[in-house]
Write a protein that binds this ligand. Structure first.
Ligand SMILES: Cc1cc2nc3c(=O)[nH]c(=O)nc-3n(C[C@H](O)[C@H](O)[C@H](O)COP(=O)(O)O)c2cc1C
Length: 216
């Protein structure tokens, strides 16, 4: 049984989560291929420290559903056939990130998803519902079948995680510890979110394996 684990990652959170899911898939007896989606035009690449113009461009771009040229690493990973796909979707402006949407609306997604079970991991500071709804729609439009989707978030409430994330994107260090004297949650996926990844991955892959055995 083979699964493809697809992610884009600007600040390393989806990459960390995808790597954890790959470990869990291998432990469940699957052959797991990790594949990174990147922007293929260097002019599109996002990096810290972001400036206001870039932050606005990509947040609004995600909300408008813009698409950019993308590339895969390893390049030929999406060309093979898989028994399941695990897709990590970062939230930008309440939507899937631009590279993830660009992939979901590509011909490559149609070829990859045709009849394939898909598990969705929303990686975000806090806003996950709209991202998951759109990813579900686009996966189904591309011919895939969403088995389940779950949110994996940063620690802290709405305000703490918002202030931490915004300031983190504008800096190059590991983030502020305080804002106006109030302690801030650290930047990145919470321990609780990371701890849920193996269980969610195992639960996703178990029925996918049973379905394929049934077809065999
Ligand atoms: C341009 C941009 C816009 C973002 N907008 C949102 C948002 O609207 N809601 C949210 O919860 N997180 C938002 N985030 C935070 C990311 O979803 C979060 O930092 C995630 O962990 C990033 O994943 P990555 O490290 O794999 O890039 C945004 C991040 C970026 C870079």
């Amino acid at each position: 049984m083979r699964c493809l684990i697809l992610y884009y990652s600007m600040t390393g959170q989806a990459e960390k989560a995808a790597t954890q899911a790959a470990r869990a898939a291998v432990e469940a007896g699957w052959d797991a291929t990790l594949c990174r989606i990147g922007m293929s035009d260097p002019a599109d690449a996002l990096a810290r420290p972001m400036n206001i113009a870039a932050s606005k461009k990509w947040t609004q771009g995600a909300q408008k559903g813009i698409m950019v040229p993308i590339a895969f690493d390893p390049p030929d990973a999406p060309d093979a056939r898989y028994d399941a796909v695990l897709l990590f979707s970062n939230t930008w402006g309440d939507n899937p990130s631009v590279p993830i949407r660009s992939f979901l609306e590509s011909d490559q997604a149609k070829a990859l998803f045709a009849g394939t079970p898909v598990g969705v991991y929303i990686v975000c500071r806090r806003l996950w519902q709209n991202n998951l709804r759109i990813v579900r729609e686009l996966v189904e439009q591309a011919g895939g079948h969403v088995l389940a989707g779950e949110a994996f978030m940063h620690p802290g409430g709405q305000w703490g995680s918002l202030i931490q994330t915004i300031t983190y994107l504008y800096r190059t260090d590991s983030g502020r510890t305080h804002f106006l004297g109030f302690p801030l949650p650290r930047y990145g996926l919470s321990d609780e979110a990371m701890a849920r990844i193996p269980g969610f991955t195992g639960a996703l892959l178990a029925p996918a394996a049973t379905n394929q055995e049934g077809k065999a």
